[in-house]
Design a protein around this ligand. Structure first.
Ligand SMILES: C[S@@+](CC[C@H](N)C(=O)[O-])C[C@H]1O[C@@H](n2cnc3c(N)ncnc32)[C@H](O)[C@@H]1O
Length: 243
């Protein structure tokens, strides 16, 4: 895959990324397919070279997530889903995505092991972490890996307090415009040929041993398993909690 980098922005970071992940650095914006760009905003992804203004970039310091991270006392539903604990929890985030939920978890004082299957999303998020690390010290409590979380969970030699699952919701036509970032994630998964089989994902984790599993679902979706211990409901989403 290509990374479009103007000479002024070439640095050790993008050279290291391109060597490690086989990105070809080019100094002209590609006119076909999709590509990464690297500039003053760090690493970004353009999913359609014909529409280069539609850029996906992860910034934990600004925007909606930056706002939420400064006000974690507002996260009452996520807090209720996690439950009260004297000690910080060790959370396995099996669907890291753009890392919003995990960022809230570490900001609440917990430790997180986050797993994302998409190499493109992983690189964008990793670069977002690099740019935010100095400002958000709780990022020290986060480990992000690029893998399939079903395998990563089996291979981890640690015991986690919580498994957190936030599979992709089916994207309804009427929501496409609203959910810019989510539809970008969907397009990236298509580009990488990653099948997003939520039933398989949920079933696989249900068959593992765990202390607590939190499944984020659209508010009105059917219960998948009948043995839900409790639910925390928000205005559009709910957390189904299995113990
Ligand atoms: C709805 S998004 C998660 C959003 C995330 N909770 C956030 O706050 O940004 C779902 C993500 O889970 C990832 N995913 C789905 N199945 C996976 C698996 N088996 N292993 C790792 N990641 C997976 C997808 O690639 C996608 O990025």
């Amino acid at each position: 895959m290509r990374a479009y980098v103007e000479k002024a922005f070439l640095d050790n970071n993008i050279e290291r990324i391109s060597n490690k992940y086989g990105l070809e650095i080019v100094d002209m914006a590609p006119t076909s397919k999709y590509y990464f760009t690297y500039d003053k905003n760090g690493l970004s992804f353009i999913k359609d070279s014909q529409n280069p203004k539609e850029v996906l970039n992860v910034n934990f310091l600004k925007g909606k997530l930056g706002w939420r991270l400064k006000r974690t006392n507002h996260e009452s539903n996520l807090k209720k889903a996690l439950g009260k604990s004297k000690e910080p929890l060790y959370i396995f985030d099996a669907t890291a995505g753009l890392l919003s939920d995990s960022m809230i978890f570490v900001s609440l004082g917990h430790k997180v092991y986050a797993v994302e299957q998409s190499r493109i999303i992983y690189l964008l998020v990793k670069d977002g972490i690099r740019r935010a690390e100095a400002t958000i010290p709780s990022l020290n409590n986060l480990k992000l890996i690029n893998a399939n979380s079903i395998n990563a969970y089996k291979e981890a030699d640690t015991s986690f307090d919580v498994i957190y699952l936030d599979p992709m919701y089916p994207i309804l036509k009427k929501n496409i415009k609203k959910s810019g970032e989510i539809s970008a994630v969907g397009s990236i998964l298509e580009i990488e040929n990653l099948i997003d089989d939520q039933d398989f994902l949920i079933k696989s984790f249900m068959n593992e041993s765990f202390k607590k599993l939190i499944l984020k679902r659209p508010l009105k979706s059917k219960k998948i398993y009948s043995n839900i211990n409790y639910q925390v409901k928000g205005s559009t989403t709910r957390f189904d909690i299995y113990i």
